[in-house]
Write a protein that binds this ligand. Structure first.
Ligand SMILES: Cc1cc2nc3c(=O)[nH]c(=O)nc-3n(C[C@H](O)[C@H](O)[C@H](O)COP(=O)(O)O)c2cc1C
Length: 227
């Protein structure tokens, strides 16, 4: 797409830095102000010549989605492009188990809440539901073996997944990985059961942060991130 295809007040530019290239959209500050409040013309005039970058690209080459039956494969192919942080979600006491996840992230910071998507057919879901707690243990680049264990590699189940690493507890009673990059201990605030998954919303009870390089997962492979 060339700038000719865009309105006079917008331009599309390609930026690059830190090996990441992205499209961003520049819009004139005068147009941004006028579009929201036409009466604010003195302010708009004073912003003549300045520009802002919109957070969301307005233009990108979109392909139409394939027929409905193929959406699952198309979505998987799209999501395989994402480099995601790997965590293990832990729960339980003598019945402890857990799962490797890439779906854990913060929902809000005030109040401090986390969100995780857990498959309802996994061994973790009933244990999380029974105890009303979970801990998100964010893995470091040297903890690939822990990720494999909690993904059930080699048929490992329940407490077997915890062998070979140091564990403690904080507030909720869920197991906390001592050497995690960060561990976020939660009580379950709300569960939304939707499709194959349970969307867990967790109220943060305690946090421990060690820091370091994260373990990432993309295209079926582990990697790491160096700024
Ligand atoms: C990199 C990676 C990310 C995963 N992310 C999720 C996830 O976000 N949610 C989920 O339910 N399962 C996820 N899984 C699958 C679970 O780890 C796996 O199904 C589970 O630990 C094993 O199920 P089981 O406890 O019933 O044996 C992921 C697996 C891998 C390898």
């Amino acid at each position: 797409m060339s700038d000719r295809d865009l309105s006079p007040a917008t331009s599309l530019r390609r930026t690059s830095g830190n090996r990441i290239s992205r499209w961003s959209t520049q819009i004139s500050m005068r147009e941004a102000v006028q579009s929201r409040s036409p009466s604010a013309s003195p302010l708009a005039s004073s912003l003549e010549g300045q520009s802002m970058t919109l957070a969301t690209p307005l233009f990108f080459p979109a392909e139409p989605l394939p027929p409905v039956a193929d959406h699952a494969e198309a979505l998987k192919a799209a999501m395989r492009q994402v480099a995601a942080t790997v965590s293990v979600v832990t729960a339980g006491r003598e019945d402890r188990t857990g799962a490797t996840v890439t779906s854990a992230t913060a929902l809000s910071v005030e109040p401090a809440t986390m969100i995780v998507n857990i498959n309802r057919s996994s061994s973790s879901w009933p244990v999380i539901a029974r105890h009303g707690h979970f801990c998100v243990n964010i893995l470091s680049e040297d903890q690939q073996d822990i990720s494999d264990r909690f993904a059930g590699k080699g048929g490992l189940k329940g407490a077997q997944r915890y062998e070979g690493a140091q564990w403690t507890t904080l507030a909720s009673g869920a197991p906390v990985l001592t050497d995690a990059l960060a561990a976020i201990d939660c009580e379950v605030e709300e569960v939304i059961e939707r499709h194959s998954h349970a969307i867990l919303i967790g109220r943060v009870l305690a946090v421990s942060v060690k820091g370091g390089a994260p373990l990432l997962y993309r295209q079926g492979h582990y990697g790491s991130f160096q700024p």
